[in-house]
Design a protein around this ligand. Structure first.
Ligand SMILES: *[C@@H]1O[C@H](CO)[C@@H](O)[C@H](O)[C@H]1NC(C)=O
Length: 214
């Protein structure tokens, strides 16, 4: 009869292997979709994304990608020209703000550079307010960014996000829609820092909160 201890050691071995496969020291890839005038998206960026980044950014373990494109958003080719016409969840002002965020992301492809500005634009009432508040730094030319947001190019950048949404988030029915290593997690909306620490970053960095919840 195979001894219990043999079975237990096998089980222990399997568990130990599974744990070590938790990608020690690996990168965590976060992808988020959101709408510029959606208050849940704004709240998440200001109170979850940014604080998490300030705590965990220095670990070098976070990769991030933001897609300013949400639900109830459609873009169709214009009938008489090489342009697109978009309809946004929170109206025309949201489309322009989403376009502005897309233009910033195009100008500064590295999320470490674009995310502070994209977060600043998030939730603003219109493009003038956003430009006044968010382009004071010399990093980006305000005039160029506003021009981009209101141009055919800005609309095309925005509408091209539809393909990313179809590919990365085909089930999206809510924003912010947050994917971690390719899978959507609702917990990442409410408790990003703790959730990443408990479930995704091994070994646990000292920047993490202590209590294990997830
Ligand atoms: C933008 O919003 C601000 C503050 O809400 C308002 O004063 C201004 O008139 C608006 N501008 C446009 C172009 O709608």
């Amino acid at each position: 009869m195979p001894s219990c201890s043999l079975i237990f050691s096998l089980l222990f071995f399997v568990l130990q292997t599974a744990t070590s496969l938790q990608d020690e020291g690996g990168m965590v890839n976060i992808v988020a979709f959101g709408e510029a005038r959606c208050s849940d998206t704004s709240y998440w960026m200001k109170w979850h994304w940014l604080p998490m980044w300030r705590m965990l950014g220095s670990t070098g373990r976070i990769n991030f990608e933001y897609h300013p494109f949400g639900i109830k958003t459609t873009c169709v080719d214009a009938e008489d020209s090489d342009d697109v016409v978009c309809d946004c969840h929170h109206g025309a002002k949201e489309c322009v703000l989403n376009q502005l965020q897309n233009c910033v992301i195009e100008a500064l492809p590295n999320f470490e550079q674009y995310m502070e500005i994209v977060t600043c634009i998030q939730g603003k009432s219109n493009i003038t307010v956003a430009a006044d508040a968010c382009f004071n730094e010399p990093t980006l030319d305000r005039h160029k960014m506003v021009e981009c947001a209101e141009s055919r190019h800005g609309r095309k950048l925005f509408s091209s996000q539809e393909e990313h949404a179809a590919k990365l988030a085909p089930d999206m029915d809510w924003v912010p829609w947050i994917l971690i290593n390719g899978k959507r997690y609702k917990q990442a909306e409410d408790d990003l820092w703790q959730f990443l620490c408990d479930r995704f970053i091994f070994p646990r960095p000292i920047h993490c909160p202590k209590k294990i919840v997830y």
